[in-house]
Write a protein that binds this ligand. Structure first.
Ligand SMILES: [Zn+2]
Length: 69
C-alpha cells in the first residue's frame, strides 16, 4: 500500500508498520510505501497515524460497503 506522496521519479521507501483493523482488530500485513522525501516528515507521521486510526481490513470494508448499498 502507498500512503502519502511519491514524487515523479522519486525513490520509494518501504517500511513495515503494525496495522490492526479498527473493527475486528485483525492484524494486517503492514507493508507500506511512501516517497523518500516524505518519509519521516511531520505530515508523514500524522498521515500514518490517521491511516492506522481509520484502517479497515478487506472483510470489514466489504461489509461496510454492502450495508451502504
Ligand atoms: Zn476487520
Amino acid at each position: 500500500m502507498i500512503i502519502g506522496r511519491i514524487l515523479e521519479n522519486e525513490k520509494k521507501v518501504r517500511f513495515n508498520e503494525k496495522i490492526n483493523c479498527n473493527k475486528c482488530e485483525k492484524q494486517v500485513p503492514g507493508g507500506l510505501q511512501t516517497g523518500e522525501s516524505y518519509y519521516q516528515t511531520s505530515s508523514f507521521k500524522k498521515e500514518l497515524e490517521d491511516f492506522k486510526k481509520s484502517y479497515l481490513c478487506g472483510v470489514c470494508r466489504d461489509a461496510k460497503r454492502l450495508k451502504k448499498d
